[in-house]
Design a protein around this ligand. Structure first.
Ligand code: GLA
Length: 737
């Protein structure tokens, strides 16, 4: 078997330092201040070859920092704690050297500061004092947003002998100890991103995932730490962190009396990684935001960054679509698809997506148990092929999209019959299968499998260039841990090399199809992470489309992921996941706060529901740029367990805003508080318009009023008359006059 020489995951170039950068040789103490519009990060290097974080907070001048180290700053930890010499405590880096020595002792040899299209970059190069180990530590300040990040590249520069990496975190960041609270997100299928908020205890808190593929189900990599008490939406000092990685991750928050260290990276459990001579590992970026505008400030910084750097096409409006899944599940056929396309076109939709069930020849995909891997059209269901569908879409004046699950196979598939060694499976143990009792995971460590996975989309696109949208699903985690491609001594690298393989495929796809819209789906929101979003336009937020529960799920996701990335669909009532009966207006009002779509058989909707849908889609299009590109303000949290939840979006000019409020609990006599509209400009007057009245002849009592921003911000609006029954809701546009 071919030995894997080069781990591209890490996009590491085997160039000598001189070729890559023009390094400044290190002299005496020096402080580097990286500043965005609102935030500065300072790092001090000393003549002993060490580097220390010194400051992360509101923007400062370079000159402000002199003399601060050890006086104002209580950040005393090395930027790169290493195991073996000073070996107490948690370490970012622990290795076994070729001769068995288990210690690292790095000294900095150069620092480079440069600019590129993404912003400013500080590169500190460290070399072990004895062994041929080089570590480059990167600190990035992104351009035009308040996001900073850090990662390392670890290189074995020796001529012979492997270096085995045991710990290889991306960063270890100090945080001031005070009344710190931790905001984190947990869930599972159908209830992703539930928020938990509690005072950070002394000791170690771990936020980790080991699923292999769907790293955002159990817990999400994004979390926040407050510096001065219980987190608030619009005030208080907050830090937000997110590891930009699609695989297993682990963040350790080490809190003690002296301070806090936040150490994050790939989860090293069962993932020891070997560097042969010349090989290099680049760890994922660990992104950080400081805000003194509370959680909302952190979220807005991440959203702005995401639209620019963290997702595909964050600057392009996303279409209103109908997805066939909850409408017909596996029962797709030409006639029904045609009917659904006609219906969504007549409601004002712009795109139709045919979900699962369209493929498989010998093993037709009629349920979850067969067909994955056989990406040929099922002629019985679709005698005119994909072409018949793209032509129908053209006739209806909309775009066409299609579902695939390319990283997977069923054991009932021609693919599995031909290439059983292409799936992760163990030589001496029976296969454990997932969905449908037959689902297995392809071995993306294998370049041949990478080619095959690339070809799935490539062939679809070559045959049907009209396809405008792909829904890329992933309904399993890694089971049967064994790659038939990797040699025995590299098996512990599967969790990492799988993602390297996946990223290679996605790079190829994106360079060939830069305009294609691709949705990231993993049994719902199992991949709501920034490890994959850079290649994708949005993620499927949850398989749970129940409007009430979506308020919570979308609330959680909004802490790190912008509305434009969150696919949010109106589905049938009673809801298929919860059985809840919810009026069409409420269902639309919730879905309109993200990327609006539908997931329903329109044929089964009543005429009045269709009439409402048509008006709501038209109304959404009016405010779509504000929702998709605007700044989000969370106003009343559903987690406060009151009568309502509320949020708003405001455009950059603050001339246009859209406000959402939902009754989440209804009891007689229950107080509905005034809602303060944090995002508006106090010096402007806004005309209020009820965007989605259930009965257009009786809009909200607020409709048509012109109210000063100062009043909207300080006194708020009373929505009690509109939200006066269970499952009532309100969507208002506000336009400055
Ligand atoms: C997953 C997705 C759904 C749907 C089905 C199809 O569960 O999350 O949206 O695409 O697969 O099998």
């Amino acid at each position: 078997m071919k030995r894997v020489r080069f781990c591209r995951i890490f996009r590491c170039l085997f160039l000598s330092a001189g070729m890559l950068y023009s390094y400044t040789a290190l002299s005496a103490n020096r402080t580097y201040v990286l500043s965005s519009d609102n935030t500065s990060l300072a790092i001090t290097t000393n003549d002993g070859g060490q580097a220390y974080y010194q400051y992360f907070g509101p923007k400062i001048q370079d000159s402000d920092i002199s003399g601060f180290f050890g006086v104002g700053s209580n950040f005393t930890g090395h930027t790169l704690p290493q195991f073996g010499v000073n070996s107490y405590g948690e370490k970012m880096l622990a290795v076994v050297m070729p001769d068995g020595t288990m210690s690292v002792d790095l000294a900095m040899e150069s620092v480079d500061r440069s600019d590129d299209e993404r912003g400013e970059l500080l590169v500190m190069q460290f070399r072990d004092k004895v062994y041929p180990l080089i570590v480059r530590q990167y600190v990035r300040k992104y351009r035009d947003c308040d996001v900073f990040s850090t990662w390392v590249e670890i290189t074995n520069e020796g001529k012979k002998g492997n270096i085995r990496l045991l710990n290889f975190s991306s960063g270890c960041f100090p945080v001031t100890r005070g009344d710190n609270w931790l905001t984190q997100f947990h869930g599972s299928w159908g209830c992703e991103t539930g928020m938990t908020e509690e005072r950070l205890p002394d000791g170690q808190t771990v936020i980790a995932d080991k699923a292999g593929l769907r790293n955002a189900f159990g817990t999400n990599p994004g979390f926040m730490i407050s510096l001065d008490g219980r987190p608030a939406e619009n005030k208080g000092e907050m830090l937000g962190f997110n590891l930009l990685w699609s695989g297993n991750y682990k963040t350790k928050i080490l809190a003690g009396r002296g301070g806090i260290d936040v150490m994050a990276g790939i989860n090293e459990d069962t993932s020891a990684f070997t560097l042969a001579p010349g090989e290099c590992l680049k760890t994922p970026e660990f992104a950080m935001v400081y805000s003194n505008e509370g959680k909302g400030g952190v979220s807005r910084a991440f959203h702005r960054w995401a639209r620019k750097y963290g997702m595909a096409h964050g600057d392009r409006l996303h279409d209103v679509l109908l997805n066939s899944w909850e409408g017909v599940y596996f029962d797709v056929n030409q006639e029904v698809m045609d009917q659904m396309m006609g219906d969504i076109a007549s409601l004002g939709g712009e795109l139709f997506v045919m979900d699962d069930g369209w493929f498989g020849d010998k093993y037709p995909r009629n349920d979850g148990s067969a067909g994955l891997g056989d990406w040929m059209v099922n002629d019985k269901k679709l005698p005119q092929g994909i072409r018949g569908l793209t032509e129908a879409a053209k006739r209806h004046g909309i775009k066409f999209g299609i579902w695939i699950e390319p990283e997977m196979a069923n054991t009932k598939s021609e693919l599995f019959e031909k290439h059983p060694d292409w799936v992760l499976s163990q030589k001496n143990r029976p296969l454990t299968c997932g969905r449908g009792g037959t689902q297995v995971v392809l071995d993306l460590c294998n370049p041949k499998v990478q080619d095959y996975v690339f070809d799935i989309t490539d062939n679809l696109m070559k045959d049907n260039p009209e396809i405008a949208y792909i829904k890329w699903d992933c309904n399993s985690d890694i089971m049967n841990y064994n790659s038939h491609y990797l040699p025995a001594d590299r098996q512990s690298e599967i969790y990492i090399r799988y993602h390297d393989g996946l990223h290679k495929v996605l790079d190829r796809l994106r360079s060939k199809y830069p305009e294609l819209v691709i949705q990231l789906c993993a049994s719902g929101g199992g991949r709501a992470d920034y490890g994959l979003l850079p290649w994708f336009d949005e993620f499927w937020t949850s398989d749970n489309t129940d409007a009430l529960q979506r308020i919570y799920i979308q609330w959680g996701d909004s802490h790190f992921y912008p509305a434009i990335a969150q696919a949010s669909h109106v589905s049938a009532s009673p809801n298929h996941q919860t059985g809840r009966v919810v009026p069409i207006k409420y269902r639309f009002d919730v879905a309109m706060s993200g990327r609006l779509g539908m997931e329903i058989q329109p044929k089964n909707m009543t005429e009045s529901e269709k009439d409402f849908a048509k008006k709501a889609i038209a109304a959404y299009k009016e405010v779509r740029p504000i929702v998709q590109f605007g700044n989000q303000y969370r106003l009343v949290s559903p987690y406060d367990k009151g009568a309502v939840a509320s949020l708003m979006y405001v455009d950059e000019s603050k001339n246009n805003a859209v406000f959402f409020a939902y009754r989440i609990e209804y009891l007689n006599g229950q107080n509905v508080p005034n809602i303060r509209l944090d995002g508006v400009d106090p010096d402007k007057n806004y005309r209020i318009h009820d965007l989605t009245p259930a009965d257009p002849s009786r809009p909200s009592n607020l409709d048509g009023k012109v109210v000063s921003g100062r009043i909207l911000k300080n006194a708020g609006i009373n929505i009690g008359r509109s939200l006066n029954r269970p499952f009532t809701s309100l969507v208002l546009s506000l336009t400055a006059e």
